[in-house]
Design a protein around this ligand. Structure first.
Ligand SMILES: [Cu+2]
Length: 159
């Protein structure tokens, strides 16, 4: 004997909303603070011969205000730091070698086409603020104090 259990299927329109097919998208947590685009940058250099930022994202075509702080305590002659933003395609190693020979101008080869903008060379506790505007693209930055660029380098990404 076959018994059919008839289960009433209730086509309940939940809330009666005709747009109920729309899916609620759960925001993936891919957002990190590093990915934030900001045109106001504070970057710190230390006695450990390091910047605290190695990737800086900015808005292309808009003025960027960048402050470099030297948080170290070592003498400027031993552990001075600057921030030199290089033109696209610049040979970083060649520039750093050229900069090394320019002690009198704080390791900034005057008139170098490789330089887009740079801060002063900073001693302990000092800071310097510069402004610049760049088209979309990636730009390398280094500290041009002798021997530092291997450790002290990063990228400005303008988008
Ligand atoms: Cu340095």
């Amino acid at each position: 004997m076959f018994t059919a259990f008839v289960v009433p299927v209730l086509l309940t329109a939940c809330g009666g909303n005709p747009k109920s097919t729309e899916t609620t998208q759960t925001e993936a947590t891919t957002e990190t603070p590093e990915a934030t685009i900001s045109n106001t940058i504070v970057i710190t250099a230390s006695d450990q011969m390091k910047y605290d930022l190695t990737e800086i994202k900015v808005k292309a075509g808009e003025e960027v205000t960048l402050t470099l702080k030297n948080a170290g305590t070592m003498a400027k002659e031993a552990m001075g730091h600057n921030f030199v933003l290089l033109a696209q395609g610049a040979d970083v190693a060649a520039f750093a070698t050229e900069a090394m020979a320019n002690k009198a101008s704080d390791y900034i080869p005057t008139g170098s086409k490789a330089i887009l903008v740079h801060t002063k060379l900073l001693g302990p506790g000092e800071s310097d603020t510069i402004t610049f505007t760049v088209p979309a693209g990636e730009y390398e930055f280094i500290c041009s104090f002798p021997g530092h660029y291997g450790m002290m380098r990063g990228k400005v990404i303008a988008e």
